[in-house]
Design a protein around this ligand. Structure first.
Ligand code: PEP
Ligand code: MN
Length: 301
């Protein structure tokens, strides 16, 4: 069969794709995918910072945090309105009221917004207000939800399930792409291991694996990966050094009063310091790449 196709005049080359995720695979698409969100590009070699509270709690809270992350240089505002909480008695999010506030804050500060969609029933509602649809770790293998977001062209931020292998992660991206939406941004947020000091165990090797296996951009969420605000800056620097396309970071102006994830939320001043320092790491890595390329050219001539 391959020979027949290869012999056809219009065929230059036949590439056999051995992996089960064809559309997400680099074998199928060599160039890095760059995802456009508003006027911002994710995966073009620059660093993307998605920042904001874990959940939207009130207008005052969201606008204070949005102003702070914007002035620190974040390009995208995050905030949950539908929250996947372990306990049904915990705060479940503000729902549509929260989505409206998120849209308003994003428009006021000139930032596209990102929020989680937990159920196919809420698709139209969430789609009306958001620029990026987040699929949370708990829903990474919710196939009807993946197919639903695959039937739009809106960028989807797909978080790795807490016990998903890299292949399962890419298969979930494949579900979205095979349904018609190529605009997938992968997000590693730590996986569950025997370790309990940190909230999850951050698999940073996933960045190298994804860069080899796929053309999709990958961002790191050190907040859910560690659960501890003190670790956010050092882990973010490591993630940037290893080559991620961006970071998703939880920020709260009053972490002690946060309705969820206060212990892993950075105060605005700490977030601003992180933004400066990750840029330094990013520039240093770019310089190393340039030096290496120049050295290779010199070696070749
Ligand atoms: C979140 O980003 O708000 C969140 C709930 O993350 P995860 O799905 O990774 O737990
Ligand atoms: Mn959170």
């Amino acid at each position: 069969m391959i020979e027949i196709v290869e012999d056809m005049k219009c065929v230059e080359k036949v590439v056999r794709i051995k992996v089960p995720y064809k559309m997400a695979s680099r074998a199928f698409h060599h160039q890095d995918s760059v995802i456009k969100v508003g006027n911002h590009y994710i995966g073009n070699g620059s660093l993307t910072a998605i920042a904001g509270p874990c959940c939207i709690e009130s207008r005052e809270q969201l606008f204070a945090i949005a102003a702070a992350v914007k002035s620190a240089g974040a390009q995208i505002l995050r905030g949950g309105a539908f929250k996947p909480r372990t306990s049904p008695y915990s705060f479940q999010g503000m729902g549509e009221e929260g989505l409206k506030l998120l849209r308003e804050a994003g428009d006021k500060y000139g930032m596209p917004v990102c929020t989680e969609l937990m159920s196919t029933e809420d698709f139209d509602l969430v789609d009306t207000y958001t620029d990026i649809i987040q699929i949370g770790a708990r829903n990474m293998q919710n196939y009807s939800l993946l197919k639903k977001v695959g039937r739009t062209q809106k960028p989807v931020l797909l978080k790795r399930g807490m016990s998903a292998t890299i292949e399962e992660f890419l298969m979930s991206a494949e579900y979205i792409m095979a349904s018609g939406n190529p605009n997938v941004i992968l997000c590693e947020r730590g996986i569950r291991t025997f370790e309990s000091y940190t909230r999850n165990t951050l698999d940073l090797a996933v960045v190298c694996a994804i860069k080899e296996l796929s053309h999709l951009p990958i961002i790191i969420d050190p907040s859910h990966a560690t659960g501890r605000w003190k670790m956010i800056e050092p882990i973010s620097k490591a993630a940037v050094a290893v080559g991620c396309d961006g970071l998703m970071i939880e920020v709260h102006h009053e972490p002690d009063k946060a309705f969820s994830d206060g212990p892993q939320s950075l105060k605005p001043e700490k977030f601003a310091r992180l933004m400066t320092n990750i840029q330094r790491v990013h520039s240093a890595c770019e310089e190393t790449l340039i030096t290496e390329s120049v050295a290779k050219i010199h070696a070749a001539i």
